[in-house]
Design a protein around this ligand. Structure first.
Ligand code: CO8
Length: 279
């Protein structure tokens, strides 16, 4: 495998045709800082370039898949007043736009089949990445996806202006986003977003990951795997143009909000537990 720097919150390994990426920071519910999202993107690129890899598997640990952007990382970015930034616009182009557009782009254009092992809830940008996966399996019915943009002074990101209406329907998407409500298990099953519920207890994520991987190994036996990549390419062609366009539109729209400062005020309230999401 080519060299890649290490990250203590994200591990990776290869097993046969599977490139397995695991979030391994359950103590803060697998929240990710900007640099972690970039690292995740770099791992996807590594999987993309490896000719022996056909499936990229996203696993997590603990009770949450990922609670999204780490509010400590956002606070760090806010305090980042080094001389290198000529203005607030310049600061947020670097700390938000460039990072967000990169990780979203890597997911949108990924050539291997993206499988998400959804062990628990996912929030924000992480939930956006889950919605960009090709196949999602759930550990049990406690899973949900929350896009708390209205509560945080943000707008859709990570391609969600397209992926959510596509996968859950336009009106359900409007209703959930406008009133900051989660896409719960019922919504996910009604829209066939989840392919299988493994019905395992929330305390047992490692067993879920292992069981699911075993099942996937069985499912790919005897298949001609280049056909899978050929089909992914064709299926992806349905929406790739729209995703590319929305990725740019979303970050440019969001930039105004970051420069104005409302998300910072709200993230700081979240960090000090003065603000909560309604679940
Ligand atoms: N960042 C940092 N720490 C977190 C986060 C987070 N996002 N989420 C949870 N934690 C920590 C908590 O602070 C807590 O730590 P400690 O035990 O030291 O107090 C621990 O994880 C457990 O969390 P809770 O006690 O709060 O657990 P609950 O079960 O009561 O609540 C929730 C779970 C509902 C997930 C709650 O923790 C929460 O609301 N977290 C924030 C979720 C959130 O809003 N994330 C941001 C989403 S927006 C987004 O991702 C887009 C941002 C774009 C910027 C991208 C830059 C590249």
């Amino acid at each position: 495998m080519p060299e890649i720097r290490q990250n203590e919150k994200i591990s990776h390994r290869i097993e046969g045709p599977f490139f397995i990426i695991q979030l391994i920071n359950p103590d803060n519910l697998n929240a990710l800082e900007g640099e972690d999202y970039i690292y995740l993107g770099e791992l996807l690129e590594l999987a993309d370039k490896n000719p022996d890899v056909y499936f990229t598997i996203l696993q997590s640990s603990g009770r949450f898949f990922s609670s999204g952007a780490d509010f400590k990382g956002i606070a760090k970015a806010q305090e980042d007043n080094g001389a290198k930034y000529a203005s607030e616009t310049s600061k947020w182009l670097s700390n938000f736009v460039a990072r967000n557009v990169y990780v979203t782009d890597v997911f949108i254009k990924h050539s291997k089949v993206l499988v998400c092992c959804l062990n628990g809830p996912a929030i924000g940008l992480s939930a956006a990445l889950v919605a960009l996966c090709d196949i999602v399996y759930s550990m049990n019915d406690k899973v949900y996806l929350l896009y708390p943009f209205a509560n945080l002074g943000l707008v859709t990101e990570g391609g969600t202006a397209i992926s959510l209406p596509l996968k859950f329907g336009a009106n359900t998407t409007y209703e959930r986003l406008m009133f900051n409500k989660p896409f719960n298990y019922d919504i996910m099953t009604k829209s066939a977003f989840i392919s299988k519920n493994f019905n395992m207890p929330s305390s047992n994520t490692e067993a879920f990951n292992a069981e699911l991987l075993k099942e996937l190994k069985g499912k790919v036996e005897g298949l001609y795997l280049p056909s899978c990549l050929g089909m992914k390419k064709l299926l992806k062609s349905n929406h790739i143009g729209s995703f590319n366009e929305i990725n740019s539109m979303e970050v440019n729209e969001s930039l105004k909000y970051w420069v104005d400062g409302e998300p910072l005020r709200r993230f700081s309230q979240l960090g000090s537990k003065q603000r909560k999401h309604r679940l």
